[in-house]
Write a protein that binds this ligand. Structure first.
Ligand code: AMP
Ligand code: GLY
Length: 427
């Protein structure tokens, strides 16, 4: 089989390194991919942007592609899956209508309200004056969200009226997110522990993966700016079996049924960003229509079942035939970023790996994110550069092994959090 894998970050390198284990795959075209595939001769990088859905479709047709994995939010929201399916190419990933669970927060919130799926109370606004008068009489913190996709920057947790006012004006007046921010959701602030649960679904059944905990802030102690994610542990230490039952019955299955009732059958990975409450209930903070990044880098290494077989079963709506198994182990994933991220940073620094030392650390995998390969060297090429993951029988071993691996990777201005796997233990 010949497949395309759309996307070029750490998530896509993780998917690539999992699906390439399937012997039916003769070739993976990685669009645009990164240097993580440099040593695989069954992988070819294609220099087309993940958002150029017309060119990707033409490429897939010209190259007789059998199957497409569409990993990032933007091409899903733009309707790449619809275009590929119209050409009879099977896909892992939701079509445009189903992907709106992520690409429109207003759609997601309305769906949850209509089907009684627990989430924060909210109001929708499109004009500045009503939004400002609402935030003037609200309690704080208060959460302000641009309706559409905003490269992960569309959510502001406002601590004060001043911050809320700025967020409202940025979206509705200055239009810093363009169309994505022409409407906003203003919602109540939820408290508890955050957890991610990603689930495979073919629109008929939904199979949750191992839970995980992202670390979104840039600095140790959960300080600093919000980032795309600086590290992940899996499973999430707060996600107990009571919560598992609650989420299955009150969130995951109701979401699957709600999407079907609305004529938006979802086939792919449905991501639940959850707030876990002390009474073992949970609320949905957000849905994503894809694997999380870097959650994928921590969760997929625990998957025992062949990922490509699962993806095919999802696409062919026969997921109930597959037994999906995970290792009863622990993952710790540390992101190595370029100094300055999530603000401005330099690229083009050489990355060196002490391969001998790395080969002695058990069960470590290094996934590439912002990297490129030139003149026989690996170079930094983005904010998040590498995801270093270790799997072990105990969480502490996973953590120590991940950081030992980090110590054997070098590039100028390398920057990472030191407390992935311990920050949740502190008060
Ligand atoms: P994202 O939508 O991934 O950019 O996430 C924004 C982050 O904002 C989440 O991970 C939460 O930490 C926070 N957040 C979003 N909505 C709420 C809410 N209603 N209550 C508390 N925190 C929230
Ligand atoms: N790690 C959060 C996300 O992928 O949106």
């Amino acid at each position: 089989m010949k497949i395309i894998l759309v996307g070029g970050g750490g998530r896509e390198d993780t998917i690539l390194k999992a699906v390439i284990k399937n012997p039916d795959i003769e070739k993976i075209y990685s669009i645009p991919g990164n240097a993580g595939s440099a040593n695989f001769n069954r992988v070819e990088r294609v220099n087309i942007s993940a958002e150029d859905i017309n060119k990707i479709t033409d490429f897939a047709v010209e190259n007789n592609i059998d199957f497409a994995i569409v990993a990032p939010d933007d091409p899903l929201a733009l309707g790449l899956v619809d275009m590929l399916e119209a050409k009879n190419i099977k896909c892992f990933g939701p079509n445009k209508l189903a992907a709106e669970v992520e690409s429109s927060k207003i759609f997601a919130k309305s769906l949850m309200k209509k089907y009684n799926i627990p989430t924060a109370d909210y109001e929708i606004f499109n004009d500045v004056d009503s939004a400002l008068s609402y935030v003037a009489k609200s309690d704080y913190p208060l959460v302000i969200k641009a309706d559409g996709l905003a490269k992960g920057k569309g959510v502001v947790v406002a601590e004060s009226f001043k911050q809320a006012r700025e967020a409202v004006l940025n979206c509705l007046k200055s239009k810093i997110f363009g169309q994505s921010g022409e409407k906003i959701v203003i919602e109540k602030f939820l408290t508890g522990h955050e957890a991610t649960v990603m689930a495979f679904t073919d629109g008929k059944v939904i199979i949750p993966m191992i839970s995980s905990m992202d670390h979104k802030r840039a600095l140790d102690g959960n300080k600093g700016s919000n980032t795309g994610g600086m590290g992940v542990i899996a499973p999430n230490p707060f996600y107990n079996s009571e919560l598992e039952n609650f989420c299955m019955n009150k969130i995951f299955l109701p979401t699957l049924n709600a999407l079907n009732s609305e004529g938006r059958k979802f086939k792919g990975c449905l991501y639940f960003g959850l707030m876990l409450h002390d009474d073992n209930t949970a609320s949905v903070i957000e849905y994503n229509s894809r694997f999380g990044d870097p959650e994928a880098e921590a969760v997929l290494p625990l998957l025992k079942t062949d990922l490509f077989e699962i993806m095919r079963a999802v696409s062919e709506e026969r997921l109930s035939d597959i037994k999906i198994e995970f290792e009863q182990k622990y993952s710790c994933c540390v992101i190595l970023a370029s100094g300055g991220y999530p603000g401005r940073y330099l690229t083009g620094n050489e990355i060196t790996f002490d391969d001998e030392a790395l080969s002695k650390i058990p069960n470590v995998q290094i996934f590439h994110a912002g990297t490129k390969f030139a003149d026989g060297k690996f170079l930094t090429n983005g904010g998040r550069v590498l995801a270093v993951n270790a799997v072990a029988d105990e969480p502490e071993t996973a953590r120590l092994n991940a950081y030992e691996a980090v110590n054997n990777i070098k590039f100028d201005n390398m920057f990472y959090r030191h407390d992935i796997g311990t920050s949740h233990l502190k008060k």
